[in-house]
Design a protein around this ligand. Sequence first.
Ligand code: BES
Ligand code: MN
Ligand code: ZN
Length: 495
Amino acid sequence: MEFGSKVSSPEKVKTACIIVPVFESGKLSSSTKQLNDHADNYLTNIIKKGDIKGKIGQTLLVHNIPGINADRVLLVGCGKEKDLTDISFRKICSATILAIKTVNAIEAICCLAELNLKDRDLSWKITQAVKVFQASEDRTDTLKSEKDDSELSLGKLNWLTDSKTDSTKINKAAAKAAAIAAGISLAKTLGDLPGNVCTPTYLAEQAKSMGNTCKSMKVTILDERKMEQLGMGALLSVSRGSRQPAKFIIMDYAGGKQTQKPIVLVGKGLTFDAGGISIKPSAGMDEMKYDMCGGASVFGTMKAIAEMGLPLNVIGVVPSSENMPDGDANKPGDIVTSLSGKTIEILNTDAEGRLILCDALTYCERLEPDTVIDVATLTGACVIALGKPASGLFSNNQKLANALIDAGEESGDRCWQMPLWDEYQDQLKSNFADIANIGGREAGSITAACFLSRFTKKFHWAHLDIAASAWNSGANKGATGRPVSLLTQYLINRC
Ligand code: BES
Ligand code: MN
Ligand code: ZN
């Protein structure tokens, strides 16, 4: 779908369909009122009949209205004008795109940006709407032999405005949002791919092809031999139980000045987590193909910022492996030596994410980072603690944590901070090694973050636990593309 703007007025604009708001109790917004005035109260007469009450998400398609140039009008319920929130605005956008896809039109005109939201400007509204509209194009049936072709597709959506300056603003915001949407879409596609397709080698190939199409991105893949030379004993211990070789993926985007220190994004790329010898129960185990969604969100964010040409240096690092049971797999009680030199007692082989991440985080030291943010489907405990509305946030630097919280609020892809207090560190004591890889039943997502914090002392660091936010289960099973929006917004704000 393409997005643009049109300087005109509702009654004059020629289009297959014009999308306008209606509030509860039949109150019209400005563009709707303008249409109605030119159409001899055609719209208020229809509304009086009671077919649309103006509740959020209600829609009504009206054809052949006299006195205006649009072929159709799509009325969209927006609730009470005073009560509009970020969340209801996105619901309105979802309902709109669903309705417009029943219309046989290749283009439409949208007036939803005239809705007023507290503290939200035009660019924000365009960005949010474009993300919602574009998400409707994402498919989950790419591996089905028969595709669902019942939906009609919209080729171009133009935002209506009466001002040239706003038109420029709209085009800029729409282009940025389209880049973010492309990143989200990539993260979803990779996330949804099954473990037998999306292996560490497959992810490495995807990174290479992204590097080939993007001039300012250099991609390097470390194979197991190279990781061995470096001493990534924790990461390699996980991969030893799998027939798929591990890959260490580095995507180096140089959009900023040469002297500028890079922001490093580290994503857990566990392409299938069976749990290893501490094997997981089989019910729902298929969902562990999503254990690479942290890595996928780093891919998506790199794609988005490269498309935007963001003036920053950003390095994406994705340690990628499977976690399988095998004669050569890690056993409970095994002790391995990490890249940092610290020894780790593996008391549960299912706590593998932290094992691959700790070596990736130590590796970050040599990149002389400004900031490191890791993203991981790390703990079931985080699912219980926060559920889907928020990713879990941990940080050793409050300014960084605040910046991520703000970026979450702005993008609608939120995170919520949890403590990293010293008291929790005690749960990771081991009798035989420097640190144990699990901290017992209590505060599981915090002790996982505490484990990572032992490897991030040399830089400003934040950790996002996306175990709940990265995908949906049930009838709508599928990756969400989170937290590409949050990360991209954070990076935009850093410019
Ligand atoms: N990938 C899982 C975490 C996970 C579980 C994400 C459920 C999403 C849904 C991770 O590798 C894992 O298995 N963690 C264990 C840690 C435990 C053994 C300390 C967990 O959360 O159960
Ligand atoms: Mn696991
Ligand atoms: Zn895992």
